[in-house]
Design a binder for this molecule. Structure first.
Ligand SMILES: Nc1nc2c(ncn2[C@@H]2O[C@H](COP(=O)(O)OP(=O)(O)OP(=O)(O)O)[C@@H](O)[C@H]2O)c(=O)[nH]1
Length: 280
């Protein structure tokens, strides 16, 4: 695929920005994705068990932080946008890099030097809240989109710690993005909570002709990874069979999906549930 990579912004409550790579020159910004979320608490997202009245007028019973991770270009931002707004971001690929924001004033001028004072919302992550109904319970998902580019990993790691679930994406048309999954798993093992829920997502199954990763290979990887994660030094060993049956914490399953409907060019419906993903 020949997509020109430029840059896009993701905002969130990042750690101090001084250690972060500086934005380099003017960068295009996607409307709607490059804005700080006013609900963002300075020290991370709300935890389960918080009040049933959330910020921004959302009512919920329980809240979870979900993070999207995976190589650059696999479709993390598209997934977030589809899930939140039902829209698909087609066209030029705008990659996630650091653009910073001053709290309350929105995006600063792209390419301008970073602000010298004041709190900064920034960089390589952006999150969106969405409340979904699960068995009569209002579940608030705070979904964090991270920059996939390798040079930003040390920054995005910091956000794994308090994540309840990680959606690990690869692009079925890009073998390299699948080959990287092992490295992502190692990072997850190092930086995420022991009981984090993981899901492997193979995106872009609509591009059947360009497919470079077989479903069986991904299933094999998911199965192996599930066992390895639960036998790792920091994790309690759990029999794989039990995990499959009970669907408990740490389950690592493969789902494939397409965020684009090739028949109509429109999204095939809201991704309220990843279970509705396209078989591939
Ligand atoms: N055909 C097809 N293209 C998709 C799909 N999902 C995303 N894309 C395209 O893939 C490209 C990259 O998508 P992004 O969501 O920006 O990728 P990302 O993982 O956020 O990339 P980084 O921000 O660099 O980490 C865009 O051009 C999208 O239009 C899909 O399901 N099918």
């Amino acid at each position: 695929m020949s997509r020109k990579k430029t840059s896009k912004s993701k905002a969130g409550s990042a750690p101090a920005t001084s250690a972060l790579p500086a934005a380099n020159g003017p960068r295009p910004v996607r409307p709607g994705t490059a804005r700080p979320c006013p609900e963002a608490p300075p020290n991370g997202p709300p935890q389960p068990g918080w009040s049933s009245i959330g910020g921004g007028g959302d009512f919920y019973d329980v809240a979870f932080k979900v993070m999207l991770v995976g190589d650059s270009g696999v479709g993390k931002t598209c997934l977030l946008v589809r899930f939140k707004d039902g829209a698909f971001l087609a066209g030029t690929f705008i990659s996630t890099v650091g653009i910073d924001f001053r709290r309350g004033t929105g995006p600063r001028t792209l390419g301008a030097p970073p602000p010298r004072t004041g709190p900064c919302w920034s960089w390589l992550v952006v999150f969106q809240n969405k409340v979904v109904d699960v068995d009569g319970m209002k579940v608030k998902l705070q979904i964090w989109d991270t920059a996939g580019q390798e040079r930003f990993r040390s920054v995005t790691h910091a956000y794994y710690r308090d994540a309840h679930a990680l959606l690990l994406l690869y692009d079925v048309t890009n073998k390299a993005s699948f080959d990287s999954i092992q490295a992502w798993l190692t990072e997850i093992q190092e930086h995420a909570q022991d009981d984090v829920v993981l899901m492997l997502l193979g995106n872009k199954v609509d591009s059947a002709q360009e497919r470079a990763v077989k479903r069986e290979d991904a299933e094999k990887l998911a199965k192996g990874a599930e066992t390895a994660l639960h036998q790792g030094p920091q994790r309690a060993p759990l029999p794989a069979a039990r995990l499959h049956q009970e669907g408990g914490p740490g389950v690592f399953l493969l789902q494939t999906l397409s965020l684009w409907d090739p028949a109509t060019g429109h999204p095939p419906g809201r991704l309220d549930s990843l279970q509705q993903s396209v078989p591939g």
